[in-house]
Design a protein around this ligand. Structure first.
Ligand code: ZN
Length: 323
């Protein structure tokens, strides 16, 4: 029954939602898990693994019982946009972050009946920071002591842990300490522009990292044997060719470059570099340029997919009109 419901939801998501839409839905579900379960118990690793699998299946889609092609690792998607991710919250780190709320209540002696009970019947006269767990204590209490030990380990000592708990933003600081980290990406301002349409940013991110399923990428995995660009039908399809070298794309860029008043670049990496170093003008103009760039990349990718999967095609002039 559960599998049937899951397959209906996956089918609905695949036919109606973009990747960016699915990411928003995943974040909303994970937020609910954190607010309810994550603040009450330390989730077992097996459960976290199962939630991750369900989220990944939902995001990339399922076909004949198998997950479709994965374009980007889950770990990298969970990083902030600055580090090339899409800001999905890491379940395990968020769970630990939420559990720290209990430790803060004990440490600050919050006016709470649970804290009074802990002091009277569990800790008695022993300091919370030196308390040792035994077999008579509950699973929940064991979770709190595990989080306490993690906190001391990450902050470097009991005094540092106590100081951290006294800061108002202690939860976000703890999450920052626990989450996996990656290098800051040079293109993050262009892709993270708030005016961008989210689905444009998502495809732009995959294009910038050469993770889109272009024919050359599929050939490397042995999934396709013939490599031919569907836009010009005269060269092999690579990300570099599809987005910039192809005569079809060049015609689109010629017009877009005139509007944006930017020189035409030879590749996506050069274009992103140009935006980082030379994007001059008023704040609005700079933001509009970023939007137009991402919009053009998204529509070129969409045009390529329409030709392959629907047998429909548009002229460069029609694409420019859409942009
Ligand atoms: Zn081409």
């Amino acid at each position: 029954m559960l599998d049937k419901v899951r397959s209906h939801i996956t089918h609905w998501a695949n036919t109606t939602l973009s990747y960016a839409g699915k990411v928003a839905l995943i974040n909303s579900v994970i937020f609910g898990i954190h607010n309810f379960w994550g603040a009450s118990v330390l989730l077992p690793k097996g459960i976290v693994k199962k939630i991750h699998k369900m989220c990944k299946d939902f995001l990339w889609g399922i076909e004949d019982g198998q997950r479709r092609m994965v374009f980007k690792s889950w770990e990298s998607l969970c990083r902030p946009r600055k580090e090339g991710g899409v800001d999905i919250k890491e379940i395990l780190s968020c769970n630990k972050e939420q559990m720290m709320g209990w430790i803060k209540k004990i440490e600050t002696d919050a006016p709470n009946i649970w804290v009074k009970w802990v002091n009277a019947y569990i800790l008695k006269s022993v300091s919370f920071w030196n308390f040792q767990i035994t077999t008579v204590h509950s699973w929940f209490w064991g979770n709190i002591i595990t989080c306490r030990d993690n906190l001391v380990l990450y902050t470097g000592g009991i005094q540092q842990a106590k100081q951290l708990l006294l800061t108002p933003e202690y939860k976000s600081l703890i999450y920052e300490c626990l989450r996996s980290k990656g290098p800051v990406q040079s293109y993050h301002r262009t892709l993270g522009e708030p005016l961008n349409i989210p689905k444009h940013s998502f495809i732009g991110l995959l294009a910038a990292e050469n993770r889109l399923p272009t024919v050359d990428n599929l050939c490397q995995r042995g999934m396709v044997l013939v490599n031919r660009c569907v836009l010009c039908e005269s060269a092999a399809e690579t990300a570099a060719h599809l987005f910039f070298e192809c005569p079809y794309s060049a015609e689109v860029w010629f017009q877009v470059s005139r509007w944006m008043q930017v020189p035409i670049q030879a590749s996506l990496s050069q274009t992103l570099r140009w935006y980082k170093l030379h994007n001059r003008g008023s704040a609005l103009v700079k933001r509009q340029r970023r939007c137009l760039l991402l919009c053009a990349i998204y529509l070129l990718w969409k045009e390529r997919n329409r030709r392959i999967f629907k047998g429909l095609s548009s002229t460069p002039a029609a694409l420019i009109w859409q942009i």
